[in-house]
Design a protein around this ligand. Sequence first.
Ligand SMILES: [Zn+2]
Ligand SMILES: [Zn+2]
Length: 257
Amino acid sequence: MTDAHVHLERGPYTAAWAEEFVTAAKNAGITELCLLDHSYLFREFAPLYDDLRHSSDFIDRWLSRKAGKHTLDEYFRLIEDLRPRDYGITLRFGLEICFLPEQTDAIARLIERMPLDFTVGSVHFIDNFAFDHTPDLWQGVDTDRAYRRFFEHSIALAECGLFDGIAHPDSVKLFGHRPSFPLEESYDTLAAALASAGMYAEQNSGISRRTSAEAGMDPALYAAMKRHGVPIRTASDAHTPADVGAGIRYFYENHLI
Ligand SMILES: [Zn+2]
Ligand SMILES: [Zn+2]
C-alpha cells in the first residue's frame, strides 16, 4: 500500500522526526511512503505569494504565521541524510506546490534541478479565496462560480507541465457546498488533461478527517479518472505520525484505487 502524501511540517527537519513517520507507516502496512511539505513553508517560494497576499487580508495574515519557516537547503539536507538509509520501505521525497496560475514560470525556475522524486500540484486558492480554511469564508461566495474556477485552475494545473500529480482533486467540496450544475463535464475535462500530461491523481483521505466529506474523490470523478487511464495514488495527507496511512486500507478494500 502507498501513502503518497505525508507532511513533515510539524516537527524539525531531522532523521529522528522522519523516522517517526517511517515507523508509523510500517505499522500501518504501508510499503511506499512519500514525504513532502508545502511550498509556502520555504523562503524561496515566499515571493510567489506576494500578489495573493495583497489581494486577501485573510491569506496575508495566515501566511504571516505559516510561510517561510524553512529554506529548501534544510529540506534537501534531510533528504540527503535519509536517502542512503534502508528502512525496509520505499521512501520518496517531494513537494506539494500551490498552483498559482500567474506563477507557473517562477515555479518552473524554482523546481528545476531539485533533488526530488516528485512534485504534486494543489489548488489551495480559488483566485484569492482560501476556500479550504473555514466554512465562514464561504459566506456570500457564489458556489457555482467557485466550482467553475476551481476546475479551471485544476485543468490549468494539469496542462502547465510542472507536476507529476494532482493532490486532492475535488477538495472544493470539503464543507459540503455543491454547485447547481452537474460536474461530469468538468471531471471529464480534468481527467483527460491529467491523462495527456501523464499525471497521477490522488485518492486523498485528508479532508474526511477535517469535515464530514467523503474520503477521496467523488465516485463520478474517480470513474472519469479510470476511463481516461489516469494512475491513482492513495494518500493520507497526514501531518502527524498518527495519521500516516489513515483511510488508505479503505481505498484498497473498496477497489477505489
Ligand atoms: Zn493540499
Ligand atoms: Zn497536503
